[in-house]
Design a protein around this ligand. Structure first.
Ligand code: B12
Length: 351
């Protein structure tokens, strides 16, 4: 697999500046009147949003599947509804790309844009989801009760770290550290995210919730039972531009509890430094996390470059995180050895 972006990706990248101008004009020609209350800031916001559209479109092109673009637009349309920003379409981008890409490149991109348009229509007609739905997701079920999750959400939203500590400790006592992270923290933080998305809580409350959870994880981790050391090593990193490190931190802790030697590089790791660290330290396993589909090209690039540099001595490379949710089937297309939705599905952790 090549580490380089494909011709189509490069062509879209080359059209970026023009696409932002064209797309913004296209939207203002159609619904400019409804956007008037935002003044000049509205145009800047429009360009910024189109920039994101292109990033996620590139994520889908790199994956060879519309999934990352469709998921993003479904999320975006709900966010815009909550912010009472008038409807969106990808028609402006599509018209420019159709005109400027070669026939072969357009054949690659057109089905992705068409799937995105379908998603926008579907989502615009669907009713908004609620945080309660997230707390009930099947992956979150078993072991930890729905009521417990609701109580933790309430404590975090209120910034009540003492009450949150009591709940986290109780679940850890009953289910162990790893299951607590996966079945309590993951769905609860997902619900916090949905509440932010629906403007029910502020960014400050979301930040506070993350900070409290971070502290409580440290507290539970240090008193969890550690296995004897084993001669296995793992390097964990969030790919460049992924600032969501909580989930990967729990995975790192899970490896440490199993006796592995762990290097946790944390959030937003620059690709060149990540590669150097893998090359210099030769871990048995590399675990990468991504939070948004727009990070797929970076993930693909990192994986290809590790394999290019280390050849048959490459470590096993796995990935996960919200940016790959529901897209596990892309695993081999991205050059990965494994793609997992959560921690207990990683065979090294839960054989
Ligand atoms: C906290 C948070 C943040 C914090 C992160 C703080 C930190 N120190 O980690 C900050 C403020 C930085 C942040 C920023 C942003 N965020 Co945010 N964030 C969240 C939130 C609420 C919780 C994330 C979390 O900690 N979850 C708890 C952990 C335990 O769960 P997890 O990450 O899913 O990890 C589990 C699994 O995925 C898995 N896993 C994770 N990595 C890996 C790796 C491997 C190898 C394996 C096997 C498994 C695995 O294991 C974990 C445990 O089971 C989520 C909501 C959500 N649904 O997750 C939004 C969310 C991910 N964020 C979102 C957005 C939009 C953003 C911003 C763009 C906001 C903005 N406008 O700036 C930025 C982007 C920053 C960036 N470039 O990365 C959206 C993404 C929407 C989308 N579909 O694209 C979400 C879904 C919120 C929402 N509902 O709208 N965010």
């Amino acid at each position: 697999m090549s580490a380089l972006p494909s011709g189509t990706e490069r062509a879209i990248e080359g059209l970026r500046a023009e696409a932002l101008e064209h797309g913004t004009r296209y939207i203002y020609d159609r619904i400019g009147e409804r956007l008037a209350p935002w003044g000049e800031a509205g145009r800047a916001r429009c360009r910024a949003d189109l920039n994101w559209h292109l990033d996620f479109l590139l994520g889908a092109v790199a994956a060879g599947h519309p999934g990352p673009f469709v998921d993003y637009l479904s999320w975006l349309v709900e966010l815009m509804r909550n912010y009472e920003v008038p409807g969106d379409s990808v028609d402006g981008l599509a018209s420019l790309l159709q005109e400027r890409l070669t026939g072969e490149q357009w054949a690659e991109v057109a089905p992705i844009l068409a799937a995105g348009t379908q998603a926008l229509i579907r989502r615009a007609m669907a009713s908004a989801s609620s945080a309660g739905d997230v707390l009930r997701t099947p992956s979150a079920d078993s072991g930890v009760g729905h009521a417990m999750r609701q109580q933790l959400v309430a404590a975090l939203v209120a910034g009540d770290s003492v009450r949150a500590a009591g709940i986290v400790s109780e679940v850890t006592r009953e289910s162990g550290y790893i299951r607590m992270g996966e079945r309590l923290v993951q769905p609860v933080m997902s619900a916090i995210g949905e509440m932010w998305q629906r403007r029910e809580i502020s960014v400050a409350q979301e930040h506070l919730a993350s900070a409290i959870i971070h502290q409580l994880l440290v507290r539970e981790f240090v008193s969890a039972p550690f296995a004897d050391p084993v001669p296995r090593s793992v390097l964990l990193a969030c790919v460049a531009n992924n600032h969501h490190q909580l989930g990967l931190r729990i995975l790192a802790d899970a490896f440490e509890l199993k006796g592995w030697s762990v290097q946790f590089l944390g959030a937003d790791t620059p690709t060149a430094d990540l590669l150097r660290q893998v090359e210099n330290t030769r871990p048995d396993l590399v675990a990468l996390s991504l939070s948004l589909g727009r990070q797929i090209p970076v993930l693909k690039d990192v994986v290809a470059r590790i394999r290019e540099r280390l050849g048959p001595e490459s470590p096993r490379i796995i990935a996960g995180g919200p940016g790959l949710a529901g897209l596990g089937f892309l695993c081999s297309r991205l050059g990965l050895d494994g793609c997992y939705p959560n921690i207990t599905s990683v065979p090294e952790i839960w054989p």
